[in-house]
Design a protein around this ligand. Sequence first.
Ligand code: PEP
Ligand code: MG
Length: 877
Amino acid sequence: MTQYIYAFDEGQKSMKDLLGGKGANLAEMKRIGLPVPDGFTITTEACIEYLQHGSKLSAELLSELDNQLSAFSKRTYKSFSADSDLLLVSVRSGAKISMPGMMDTILNLGLNDENVLTLARKTDDARFAYDCYRRLLQMFGEVVYDIPMASFDTYFEQYKAQHGYQNDADIPAEGLQEICDYYKDVYLDEANKPFPQEPTQQLTEAIEAVFKSWDNHRARVYRNLNDIPHDIGTAVNIQEMVFGNSGARSGTGVAFTRNPVTGEAKLFGEYLLNAQGEDVVAGIRTPLDINVLKEQMPEVHQQFVEVSQKLETHYKDMQDIEFTIENEQLYILQTRNGKRTANAAIHIAVDLVNEGVISKETAVQNVDVKSIDQLLHPNFDEVALAEATVISKSGLPASPGASSGKIVFSAEEAKIQAEIGEKVILMRPETSPEDIEGMVASEAIVTTHGGMTSHAAVVARGMGKCCVTGCAELEINIKDKVVSYPGGKLFEGDVVSVDGAKGDLYLGKVATMKAERSEAFNQFMQWSEEVARLNVRMNAETPQDIEVGYQFGATGIGLVRTEHMFFGPERLVEMRRFILADSQVSRISALNKIRDYQCEDFEHILKLSGDRPTIIRLLDPPLHEFLPHSQEEKVNVANQLDVTVPVLEQYIGQLEEVNPMLGHRGCRLAITYPELYVMQVEAIIGSAIKLKQQGVDTKPEIMIPLVSTVAEFEILKQQIIECIDRLQNEADVSIPYLIGTMIETPRACLIADQLAKTCDFFSFGTNDLTQLTYGFSRDDAGKFINQYTEQGILEIDPFQTIDIDGVGALIKLAVQQAKEVNPQLKIGVCGELGGDSKSIAYFNQLSIDYVSCSPFRVPGALLSTAQSEVEGGRINV
Ligand code: PEP
Ligand code: MG
């Protein structure tokens, strides 16, 4: 038979799934001898069954409850009936994962018109008894009968004002009794039924209400925001009441074992004397600093300090503790790992290792990967943000950061404004490679189309620049230079603030807080690196980004997207000359110019990398991306290239494709224009030779994109080797190089064993692989993915987190097959999933050697791989 209720004596901290966090920890605290009021926990299973099956407490549960109450009465020598020692209880929710304040609590349950008299008599304090009763009436009314809080509060405040009472504690017993009578009338008026006088009826109705509160709106929203499943239910904790409101020698408070904002190793907390439950957080009275307790009740303070140290050592993490003092007796009502800022999380983890409380493996588990971003990018000040006017919250958090600036609608305008010192936000329906310089000049980029792997998202992340994509609520009209949003219109020059970590936009300038990277951060990252199995490389091509990535602990470069180097104005002209050339001679002449530029680029990149592996991908995008779009641009380009606009348009027409993503791109470009890749290889190896001659060793790894047949790879590999042999012979220098491929088509996954025989390395391009596996355009999926996830068609956006069943299965198959035929083959992941923590946990289970992501995601990726190593059990904690 299923056991639905566990006495605190029967549980322990490992039983969170069944008893919820609060219940498991109450049991654990009792087990280690801390002063915890007695009680029992109704399991999460009981809640799930209640919510699934007709919302009625089952006969089995009710009969177990009956037995538990009898046992409880025996243990405590108390009962709900008035003539013995009076039992009053609290009823509190408690899910496996803490959801602070999201569900409901009822205190003082068991009081009724008769019991309140007994309580008054026994305590010789009628004021206290009626204070408890009015609190019960209010909480029960709100939680169980949905009576609005204001129906009670308004009267309470009016009563105080009418009688000239400053504080709640000034109201005498008779006043509180009057208030209780009024509250009971509120039940009749608003719920059409009286307050239940029978304590067991109060209890069963309260249990039902807590079960139901699992599904209330705010709890659902909280779970969505925090990735908490909706089907795990809440436990209900029923616990003997202790009274912080029973006079001046009583009180209640909340304390953290360390400072949750800075991480400082010092007790941090507040309490109120003669108060109960929510009084501390409600803010009506100003609580006292926990240090004041040392003067008011030195022994209790000392006992609390000892308890808090014991709890922290026992749980091996900073604790958030709720306590109550009843007539100078200390009781602990809750402990849990305390919520903290990212900065505090790092400091606490590092201090606990240095104090010998935890190992560095535990330390890496104690820090949330998401919080790492907070330390790398500035954030908006929480107070300023709460007051700011929202423009939209519908965007995708494409690249974190917090930026404010004037709206501009074109890359050109962004550059012009930035040159005169203005901070600008570039707003476009979407961006294209041509916008790159405008993106560099902007503080943030906002687009209405595109998802997390759209051009804007990928490029912005690479630059560590704040970016929001897929902001579907906005309509950006670049022609008339106006943005329409649900609350109005914005024009060029209007100031907005962009929260790239959340995908939100605000009106005006919102104050920010600087990112901080402390000594502790560096130490913490070093431990993550030591624990991690997967290496983390970076996707980067500019010297600034590469330097940042290496500072953050990247072990090499996993992807240089060479096309990003073709968009400087002077390079674009030559690229266009190449594309529009009508003979091989003129094509090669244009390429020679481009090669000179590329040599300069690769020399910088390879020099910065030194002997760390550096994967340079040969040209990938369709050529038409380099051509002009607007009429104005066409006129300019026609002038530059010395052709007429109609001739130019004719060329553009010839290059136009119905499905460019599936068209003439990747290695297909080099099959038709071999000189393109040869030029790039000359530049890569030429630079490596030059550096070698200067005494700098480098490790270039040449990567061919979008391969789907072995022949494609082998033809191009042959041309590349011939070129390298020629260069090495001419210079009489030998460079250690590798030639590998991206695996980004499903077919490449299926023939991975054949490719592995001829490739030196694989790198999974999960952006294209996801696009081609689902048949979802990576640039257009934003239009429907949200609905897919909302309707449960997809659990997650597969461009953000690996689809284990589909894309993941293809990768797993390819890795297994490839390593079987070529165990030396180096395998990495360089798509956006390479920086996502859940995806990294999956890759860590496969024989993959490294992940690669934009520089600002490197620390998070390192921490993710360290965490999955510890969780996967390969490392002993
Ligand atoms: C990919 O497809 O995952 C990849 C890294 O290449 P790109 O995003 O440049 O197409
Ligand atoms: Mg790709």
